[in-house]
Design a binder for this molecule. Sequence first.
Ligand SMILES: NC(=O)c1ccc[n+]([C@@H]2O[C@H](COP(=O)([O-])OP(=O)(O)OC[C@H]3O[C@@H](n4cnc5c(N)ncnc54)[C@H](O)[C@@H]3O)[C@@H](O)[C@H]2O)c1
Length: 326
Amino acid sequence: MTRIAVTGGAGRLGRSLVAGLAASGHDLVSLDRAVSDAPELAGVEQVAIDLSDADATVQTLAGTRADALIHLAAIAVPFSAPEDVIMRTNAGLAVSVLGGAVKAGIRRVVAASSPTVLGYGAPTGWVPDRFPLDESTPARPWNAYALSKLLIEQTIAMLARQTGDATRFAAFRPCYVIAPEEWAGALTQQGHTVRERLDDPALSAPAIFNYVDARDVAVFADTLLAALPEIPNGETFFVAADDALAREPLAELVPRFYPGTEEVAAVLTGTTPAFSNAKARDVLGWRPAHSWRGELRDAPTGPATATDSVTATDPLPDLARKDVLA
Ligand SMILES: NC(=O)c1ccc[n+]([C@@H]2O[C@H](COP(=O)([O-])OP(=O)(O)OC[C@H]3O[C@@H](n4cnc5c(N)ncnc54)[C@H](O)[C@@H]3O)[C@@H](O)[C@H]2O)c1
């Protein structure tokens, strides 16, 4: 059993991750702005803290006596706040939380980055050298959210250079996270049900049809934390489903939404996803257990219940709604 501190533990991914790690027998403490009454956190120790306060964060992390930290807290949706606020918030949290963990003596430190670091969806166009995309694909962020996520990866690299192997780090890039209730019809991040995302490919095209079940991310995190002492320090991993969130082969869908990719996307036949999870499989032995093909149940047609989707009263630009997924 490991004592694991999770920042952003009350969030969309955090709740499933905390519940999954607790179910695996670990001792969890969730750090978030406020204590949550989410059922997944029932019985889990929670600490209410503003993690942008670096001193309070070090003290709190030291007080948790955690062996490991998973850093999720962030502004998690591109363009959901002004660009300077996203940059300042996510970059500041990276330093206060990840640096704070080192100061607090936590020896295993993992942080959530994002596939968006690759830069797909850039208004000036984007054509990768090849598909599937993997950890060797160059990062070309085009907005503050993606840049802040690359900065988190670089913060890990910086801290690893400071501490050597005394502290073990890794970053992971979860694909579009689908929480268990979303298979049954609750709204996904930024709205729409999973079924609507499948019925209208334009809705999932901004993430190049990537996705991952939140429970698979929890198993990934468990596997990664266990492996950290044995694998090279400071690695980055995509965490992706084995298939694409699409009913048609991506060889046909991707060029429709990403002009100029006809040739490179030709390898994406059948159910092949755009993002490879081979590194997580080869280095860690992790495989996703869930696919939309096995999970999607007929959802009721009534209003969905997600609380953190973008709403009609949201004051953000249209771009945030339809073009960019985390
Ligand atoms: N959900 C996805 O599809 C997805 C995909 C790729 C990457 N990610 C990354 O995974 C992480 C979690 O995403 P999510 O969807 O659960 O986001 P979320 O918005 O649901 O949760 C983020 C949590 O962080 C907390 N938080 C933010 N600032 C804080 C602060 N200053 N102090 C304390 N707590 C603070 C929020 O209260 C919230 O509970 C994020 O880093 C996000 O960028 C998510």
